[in-house]
Design a protein around this ligand. Sequence first.
Ligand SMILES: [Zn+2]
Length: 273
Amino acid sequence: MDGAIEPAALERAAALLADSTHTVVLAGAGMSKESGIPTFRGEGGLWTTHGEPPMNQYDGFRTDPKRWWQRRLEAAAGGDQFGAAVGAAEPNAGHYALVELERLGAVRHVITQNVDDLHRRAGQQSLTEIHGNRLWLRCVVCQARWAADAFTVDPDRLPPRCARVGCDGAVKGDTVMFGEPIPPDALESCHREAQQADAVLLVGTSAVVYPAAEFPLIAHRRGAQLIEVNPQATPLSDACVAVLRAPSGHALPKLLERVQALTPGAAPSEGRA
Ligand SMILES: [Zn+2]
């Protein structure tokens, strides 16, 4: 699909971003896939190949957190496919373009469904990881988070307990499990952004997984314009004022270039990729 971007759609999208005062990005698995990270759903996805995790995964953790931690430590010792792929992955040109758009003020916030840390590593400042971050741990009671590599886990005392005084909640991986509520702080942030957005840029997401999928709709009902960057059509395509049918690593740098041309005083991109 490279090079298949319709020039008029690119101009419409760039003009909208340059004029918007509060553009929110909803990013999905398509961005990670372009960095070589296997997807979960769809053709060749980990869940499609190996089966989906149980829908009551979070109940399983609540019932027997020790067992969950034993499996996690075993998987870390044995080397899991997803972990290895994420460890080797680098942010791509699409991630860096979003960072530059933020620097220009053409993007105000990124809501990502990806847990791979690539937006953060690229340098995105205003970011909500709605499904968590696989490199972090989180207390299920007070929602405090720690970088996993800075948190000492004693294999003889599982699950590890929250380090905050007076909490003592069980600590789990920050990645949101099936059946687990989205952490309240992430949910609040998404609602706040949806209420402020005057434009929503949908990138590499089929926008069908709830609750992430509802934020563009909330914003759209309030009058926000939608732009889509995706090689495939999605249920939201018809509602978009501009659709760029290309991978994000191709489309977003082109979009950035056009926004820079429309933004007075914008420094040219350093061309990072
Ligand atoms: Zn806690």
